[in-house]
Design a binder for this molecule. Structure first.
Ligand SMILES: O=C(O)C(=O)Cc1ccc(O)cc1
Length: 464
């Protein structure tokens, strides 16, 4: 079994990196802090808190590369040299330095026909040992242990295929590396400063990753992550059935949710530099239930052409402020039905949690109080904090053209699960959006058809 230390980054593969880079930097306030280019591929790394995305793009247009993207974003690259073992040194602007061996470093090319988020990279302590142990257990590896080196040290990695659709996991060991990111990547600087040293943001880390899985697929996914990574069940609701998971199956919501979490290094006795405790990224499996008709999980599976990562929760320390600045920058969020904020129970819940329903409604932020407060908590002052345990969430609209993957902002005030009330409200808002998208595309098709028919008519008239 792999002893996972922490989540290192999550990788996207997109056809047009420009749009995603623009969204991540200008709208979601990520910093483009490192990049790697060669003739066959471009890889860009974006950071917000400890949340790191690597966006991969094949260079379909050889004239559009890193310089163009950077110029558009107002960044400048440093020209510090790199020295990779598996790749000859490559410098920006040196497009003739073709490297046909190396395509996506630390990743595989998923050969996927739609934009996708397909690699969750974990840090482990010993890649070779982990590779041997997992392979002996029957795990399917795509890349054997591989070493990459520059003047700051060595990084080794290996890539395995998960049981979920196109998702794979890069296992990486950085313990012998003193550089800021990964060998092969070059730092991006802004006004002479390294971009990853800029002011801290409200987003601190990845809170959870949600998979959309086919019907009846949950037990296999859970079993796989338990066997190879030692993931453990995380109960979303205290009344949740061990085998059934958390089920919402009424009033047009047909969803089975099951969550898992993993042991962090700190729990294995290894100290990590995150205030002594590593933040924990949960994995959620979403499965659609057939009785309530077609839904957002089904549409993800169809549009994405298979199971995969449906959304990622970004943890923020202040969801109101983050939602405000992201909305100002052009991020579009799903809104719950307006009645959500005026329902007597919900209004009271929001007020009891110390929030203003009006303010939350401005952005469409949902609040869910942890109703199962356990009474065995510490006495006096902390009791009221415990009493008001809640979480706040908001979903963005899909960020890929195919209407698949989206992001979520989440702030937890003592609540560790996924609020049941929120899931219902979120579900409805996504369903409404899907309906409006279907109507829109139906209108467009109809208009196109009418237009065509009109043309045909006039052509016929012309012929007459
Ligand atoms: O609340 C969350 O973040 C979840 O992960 C639950 C969830 C999963 C899938 C959906 O389509 C909607 C909600």
């Amino acid at each position: 079994m792999a002893a996972i230390c922490r989540l290192h980054h999550i990788a996207l593969h997109v056809r047009n990196v420009d749009k995603i880079a623009y969204d991540l930097v200008s709208k979601f306030k990520f910093n483009l802090f490192a990049a790697r280019l060669n003739e066959k591929s471009s890889q860009f790394a974006f950071r917000n808190g400890s949340a790191v995305f690597i966006v991969n793009e094949r260079l379909s247009n050889p004239f559009l590369g890193f310089e163009d993207v950077v110029a558009r974003k107002g960044h400048h690259t440093s020209s510090q040299g790199l020295n990779e073992i598996c790749c000859p040194p490559f410098r920006f602007g040196d497009r003739k330095n073709t490297n046909t061996e190396c395509n996506f470093l630390y990743d595989v090319h998923p050969n996927y026909s739609v934009d996708t988020v397909s690699n969750v990279c974990f840090e482990v302590e010993d890649v070779e040992k982990t590779f041997n142990a997992l392979r002996n257990q029957g795990c399917d590896f795509l890349v054997p242990p591989t070493t990459v080196r520059d003047e700051k040290g060595i990084v080794s990695y290996s890539i395995l295929k998960s049981i979920v659709g196109n998702v794979c996991h890069t296992l990486i060991d950085k313990t012998q590396y003193q550089g800021t990111f990964l060998p092969g990547f070059e730092n991006v600087t802004k006004n002479g400063a390294r971009v990853d040293e800029l002011a801290p943001s409200e987003i601190t880390h990845f809170d959870h990753i949600t998979y959309a899985c086919p019907r009846r697929g949950t037990p296999d996914v859970m079993g796989w992550y338990e066997k190879y990574f030692g993931f453990q069940r995380f109960f979303i609701d205290r009344d949740e059935d061990v085998n059934e998971g958390f089920v919402l199956n009424e009033n047009s919501i047909g969803l089975r949710l099951t969550a898992m979490e993993y042991w962090k290094c700190s729990e294995l006795g290894v100290m990590l530099p995150f205030k002594g405790k590593e933040p924990d990224c949960k994995f959620v499996i979403a499965e659609s239930l057939p009785e309530q008709g077609r839904n957002q999980v089904d549409s993800f599976l169809e549009n994405h052409k298979g199971a995969g990562i449906q959304h990622i929760g970004l943890y923020t320390q202040d969801i109101i402020s983050t939602a405000h600045s992201l909305a100002q920058a052009g991020v579009e969020f799903f809104s719950p039905p307006p009645a959500y904020y005026t329902e007597v129970g919900k209004q009271q819940e929001i007020v009891d949690a110390g929030h203003d329903p009006e303010e939350l409604s401005q952005y469409g932020i949902l609040l869910d109080a942890d109703l199962h407060q356990d009474s065995s908590g510490p006495p006096c002052g902390l009791a009221s904090a415990k009493k008001n345990r809640h979480l706040l969430q908001i979903f963005t609209k899909p960020i890929f053209a195919e209407d698949t993957f989206f992001l979520e902002l989440i702030e937890r005030r003592g609540a560790s699960g996924f609020g049941e009330g929120n899931i219902r409200a979120l579900w409805r808002s996504v369903q409404d959006y899907m309906k409006s998208q279907t109507e829109k595309s139906r209108d467009t098709t109809l208009r196109a058809l009418q237009h065509k028919l009109g043309n045909t008519d006039s052509e016929e008239e012309n012929c007459l």
